[in-house]
Design a protein around this ligand. Structure first.
Ligand code: GLN
Length: 548
């Protein structure tokens, strides 16, 4: 019988509910259980695809092509599961579905109401596409008391009654603030938040308390008493210096044991295998070397916008026993600088990475950074827009197409990157005219890519001939420049199986220059880095920085 764990937050936002959920999933997975991880976001956007990375952080893309909240990235990295389209829902999507049903007449003339129609729609999500997993974890976005979250909590309450309260565990992530003048951790906000949750008909089973320091036994008893849980169900989630320590810290604090006890499963539960996590932490605590990487991007003011990318670099560092020191540079600041000034700024770095992005802002700065890396043989890694700009730079500098650009940036450029015109969807080839709206459809999710024998890409992927990586783009490099580019040293080393879409470019004469149309950061895991990131860091470690 599947067990359901709901992770709900209280007191304040930004307590790291996503990582707390992901770490709980990791602990259950470490005991050999099958785990499914899901997220409910009460906001009214239909999905995060159109939300600014500045407001909401990165858009994470699942294998099956859903644009989701970045927490799904944490789930995949910690619990080592692949999330699906059906694992993420927003308030907007729920209302959208309800209104579509209403328009279609599915409610047979009934007055459409928050309860039962909206709550039923949420419960449908909770039950959808499950396959007898041992545990399904649902993170409820937002904080208890949020108006937007009310119907979600109501649906969760009803759901718990329907599947049987013994099959549901409510994990409540909360904050114990430290008041320095009193020299104490305060439990009152948590007591209030637990009470607010009870007003929604939900009794927290386990409290996961974010805190700077440990709670004394007396305060723990008091908190448990007021919150209606046992003292062992008060789990401390102390601040840590490395997020990958969290599963181990939760385990030491007894979180997995308390969850299993709650479900009456502890006696027959397998012992956890935490060796992978221990190894990761051991490596991170004993780095022998470090390497400086410059990421030249657009949203560098908010690192959440490049969450998976940052983590993928950390994973690649772990695999190379090296601390990756990332400097995030706004591409826009390079726009008014001369090429020489940009070169000077980039000199201290052993590797240059241009991440994915949208829109024209900062483009000329990125192109200067690429030119520096190409001409000075500095390890270079371009992702999605980064790959497209590597081609634009090559077209300008090597082919002499001075005004080369992407159709994305307006009509005053010669487009060497343009809208996808040939498109495969559900096994059928689709052809779009240049001015067709549908031509703007994004290519989302995992697609196969065939690697050229003997290329750097094939070497990186260990001689495999076909790989799968996740995409999120609307434009692509125009293949008609391939021949000319190859004559000037830039090769297409990865293509879609039908040979129509360029997936990887590289410069064989350069020690490490690779651009990929996909987002390899989405498949990287702490114990299993994405091969391109690993190889990039490996080559950066070999690069010798000359006078900086
Ligand atoms: N803006 C580019 C496109 O749509 C690149 C997208 C990306 O980097 N994710 O093709």
């Amino acid at each position: 019988m599947t067990k359901y764990v709901f992770i709900i937050g209280g007191v304040v936002s930004s307590l790291g509910k996503g990582i707390a959920s992901a770490s709980t999933g990791a602990l259950l997975k470490a005991r050999g259980y099958s785990v499914r991880m899901r997220k409910m976001d009460p906001y009214l956007n239909v999905d995060p695809g159109t939300m600014s990375p500045y407001q909401h952080g990165e858009v994470f893309v699942t294998e099956d092509g859903a644009e989701t909240d970045l927490d799904l990235g944490h789930y995949e990295r910690f619990a080592d599961v692949n999330c699906h389209k059906t694992d993420s829902i927003s308030g907007g999507k729920i209302y959208f579905n309800v209104l579509q049903k209403e328009r279609r007449g599915d409610y047979l003339g009934a007055t459409v109401q928050a309860i039962p129609h909206v709550t039923n729609e949420i419960k449908e999500f909770l039950r959808s596409d499950l396959h007898g997993e041992d545990f399904v974890l649902y993170e409820v976005g937002g904080t208890v008391g949020d108006i937007e979250g009310t119907l979600f909590l109501e649906a969760v309450r009803q759901f718990a009654n329907e599947v049987g309260r013994q099959n549901v565990c409510f994990l409540f992530l909360t904050l114990l603030p430290y008041i320095s003048t009193a020299g104490e951790l305060k439990t009152k906000p948590t007591q209030h938040a637990v009470r607010t949750l009870m007003e929604a008909g939900i009794q927290a089973d386990i409290l996961l308390c974010r805190s700077k320091m440990n709670l004394g036994p007396e305060e723990r008893r008091k908190l448990a008493l007021f919150c209606n849980v046992s003292p062992e169900d008060v789990i401390m989630a102390l601040d840590v210096d490395n997020i990958y320590k969290i599963p181990l810290v939760y385990h030491e604090q007894g979180l997995d044991v308390q969850i299993l006890k709650h479900f009456n499963m502890l006696e027959q539960a397998p012992e956890p295998d935490l060796s992978g996590w221990n190894k990761i932490i051991h490596t991170c605590s004993n780095y022998e070397k470090d390497v400086k990487i410059a990421v030249v991007g657009k949203y560098c003011g908010l690192l959440e916008a490049y969450k998976s990318l940052n983590e993928a670099l950390v994973h690649a560092g772990i695999a190379n026993h090296a601390k990756v020191k990332v400097t995030w540079l706004e591409a826009e600041q390079f726009e008014d600088l001369s090429q020489e000034q940009v070169n000077e700024q980039l000199k201290p770095y052993s590797g240059i990475l241009i991440p994915g992005g949208f829109g024209v802002r900062g483009i000329e700065g990125k192109i200067k950074a690429i030119r520096y890396a190409r001409e000075n043989k500095v390890p270079f890694f371009g992702i999605c827009l980064g790959m497209q700009m590597a081609v634009v730079e090559a077209c300008r500098s090597l082919l002499g197409i001075e005004n080369a650009g992407s159709a994305e940036f307006g009509s005053h450029y010669i487009p060497v990157v343009s809208k996808m015109k040939v498109w495969e969807q559900d096994g059928k080839k689709q052809i779009r005219a240049d001015n067709s709206d549908l031509g703007g459809t994004m290519r989302l999710g995992a697609y196969p890519c065939v690697l050229k024998k003997g290329s750097l890409a094939a070497q990186i992927y260990n001689g495999v001939t076909e790989i799968q990586e996740r995409h999120r783009h609307r434009y692509e490099v125009d293949m008609s420049y391939a021949q000319q580019l190859a004559e000037h040293g830039m090769e297409i080393s990865g293509k879609s199986p039908d040979d129509l879409l360029p997936e990887i470019v590289e410069i064989p004469e350069h020690p490490f220059f690779i651009g990929v149309q996909f987002h390899p950061e989405f498949t990287s895991r702490p114990g299993r880095p994405n091969p391109i990131f690993k190889a990039f860091i490996e080559s950066a470690l070999k690069y010798v920085v000359t006078d900086s």
